[in-house]
Ligand binder design. Structure first.
Ligand SMILES: [Zn+2]
Length: 352
């Protein structure tokens, strides 16, 4: 009988290494249940090149020639910060911009769905909260936009305005472990189709243009990775990279698929002549400008077919439905919703 509860699998079975992605990974077995431990626990056999080793928590008395490195635990923000930021939308430039494109009800719906916040740190600033599938607040990204163009606003040196709640609040020991923007919605929907884009703004706008998908954002082009997508196991994921990022995302998708995720990458944007960096929401806006408001939106045919083929149900039909679902998941949200109902009466924004 081994003195250890968790032991490395002694059979010759090898898995994909979470670090180097080679099939050289020996996983831990729980001797109490006989089950293989989650896929982040194990040892990569590429000892000189990779050295990945991650033992389950109680395996402290390790007899392997590796130092035990406990997995870094994520820090979380207080949910009240999200609630407090749910005000001051009259001076929030991103919301002002959304209102030039969508109806007031649609804008209100996305504010509640994505829990968009306001901040006075930047003039007319916005907070995009990263809330995970356990409703824990992992990150608050602070950005600013031009209210009429919807483009990111920049400082005198031409650098785009960006900051984080973590650094604005000077949280020294905050352990940042980011997640997908919009991840909190996975528990609140029957929709099994996730559309993944890079930008938060794109995800928010596309959720109105194409509500048959559940839209999430990676936050950066490097955010398209297994660590972020892991909670989406069992969902059908379609990634829509910005123009020029297709080959990078396609290569990443191949790695991610090794872990059993159903992910595909749309090539459509890459086949267009739009400038590099163009995203789906840009395309929708351009196409919308071309057509009069009365005519239905023209979306490039091939993509439209793909989207229609994949669509069958709306995620949310009414804002009541959202409220019901959100408040069922987290009582804090009820408070938030009340605040949103009172939007801009006080006009107070989160003072960061
Ligand atoms: Zn490895």
């Amino acid at each position: 009988m081994t003195p250890y509860r968790y032991i490395l699998d002694t059979s010759s079975k090898k898995y994909r290494c979470p670090n180097c992605h080679k099939k050289t990974f020996v996983r831990f077995i729980d001797t109490e249940t006989g089950e293989v431990m989650p896929d982040e626990f194990g040892r990569c056999d590429r000892e000189s090149k990779c050295k990945y080793f991650n033992a389950p928590k109680s395996e402290t008395k390790t007899d392997f020639n590796y130092e035990y490195i406990p997995p870094v635990k994520s820090s979380y923000h207080d949910y009240n910060l999200v609630i407090e930021s749910g005000r001051g939308f009259k001076s929030n430039n991103f919301i002002k911009f959304l209102k030039t494109v969508f109806g007031a009800d649609e804008v209100k719906e996305v504010i509640m769905r994505y829990l968009i916040g306001s901040t006075k740190y930047f003039e007319g600033g916005t907070v995009f909260w990263q809330i995970d599938d356990q409703q824990k607040v992992r990150h608050g990204k602070v950005m600013a936009y031009n209210a009429s163009t919807g483009k990111r606003s920049k400082d005198a040196n031409g650098k785009a305005h960006i900051n984080s709640v973590r650094s604005l609040m000077k949280l020294q020991d905050f352990n940042l472990k980011q997640c997908l923007f919009g991840l909190h919605l996975v528990n609140e929907t029957d929709c099994k189709k996730i559309a993944l884009v890079e930008g938060e703004k794109t995800a928010i706008m596309m959720s109105i243009f194409k509500p048959e998908y559940l839209w999430m954002a990676t936050g950066s082009k490097h955010g398209f990775k297994y660590e972020y997508l892991k909670p989406l196991k069992g969902f059908e994921i379609v990634a829509f990279p910005d123009k020029s990022e297709y080959s990078h995302w396609l290569a990443k998708a191949k790695e991610i698929k090794c872990y059993g995720l159903d992910v595909s990458v749309s090539e459509w944007m890459e086949t267009t002549t739009y400038p590099d960096g163009t995203d789906l929401a840009d395309v929708y806006l351009m196409e919308r400008k071309k057509s009069s408001p009365e005519t239905p939106q023209q979306f490039p045919k091939s993509e439209q077919d793909e989207l229609i083929k994949k669509s069958d149900n709306r995620i949310y039909s009414t804002s009541e439905k959202i409220l019901k679902k959100l408040t069922g998941i987290n009582p804090n949200v009820l408070e938030l919703v009340k605040q949103f109902e009172l939007t801009d009466i006080n006009g107070i924004a989160l003072k960061l």
